[in-house]
Design a protein around this ligand. Structure first.
Ligand code: ADP
Ligand code: MG
Length: 152
């Protein structure tokens, strides 16, 4: 079931990310889709807070992958938005290296085919200067998990 949420500020987007953290466990993969400036990194930062990570999540511009070990569960945050080829993605060793924790990927369509089937996709649409529509779309095993409580 797809869950749709409206956000009117960066603070709200972070809060949704924070709430999602309680639904996640080791091995889970979250893919963030949305144009540059949509709020993918803000969402990832909120999710990290929800996992008890105190270090601020920054845009991994030069280093494409960052690992945060200070929370309840390790978090791997990757930004493959600018990657143009699947070869470059292979070099990152993203999936093997993050199995023990949660993996959150800011992604682009060019690497879509390499993403695991089991994932929660969070699509962020820019609907106004500070308005966003967030769509949580389950794929694979995620279709059997309930996200209903996240809107309550
Ligand atoms: N509702 C909102 N949710 C998230 N970010 C917002 C929102 N409204 C405005 N913004 C702004 O949009 C930008 C989002 O940046 P960022 O999270 O780095 O995006 P991305 O990682 O998708 O490129 C920030 O400057 C943030 O303050
Ligand atoms: Mg970003």
């Amino acid at each position: 079931m797809t869950v749709e949420l409206h956000s009117g500020s960066e603070v709200e987007t972070r809060a949704i990310g924070r709430r999602l953290a309680s639904f996640l466990g080791p091995g889970d993969v979250v893919l963030l889709a949305g144009e540059l400036g949509a709020g993918k990194t803000a969402f990832a930062g909120g999710l990290a807070e929800g996992l008890g990570i105190e270090e601020p999540v920054i845009s991994p511009t030069f280093v494409l992958v960052r690992r945060y070990a200070g929370g309840f569960t390790p978090l791997t945050h990757a930004d493959v938005y600018r990657l143009s080829s699947l070869n470059e993605l292979d070099d990152l060793d993203l999936f093997e290296g993050s199995r023990d924790g949660i993996l959150i990927v800011e992604w682009g369509n060019s690497v879509a085919s390499a993403m695991p089937n089991d994932h929660l996709r969070v699509e962020i649409d820019v609907t106004g200067p500070s308005d966003r529509l967030l769509r949580l779309v389950p794929h694979g095993v995620w279709t059997t998990r309930s996200l209903k409580e996240i809107v309550e």
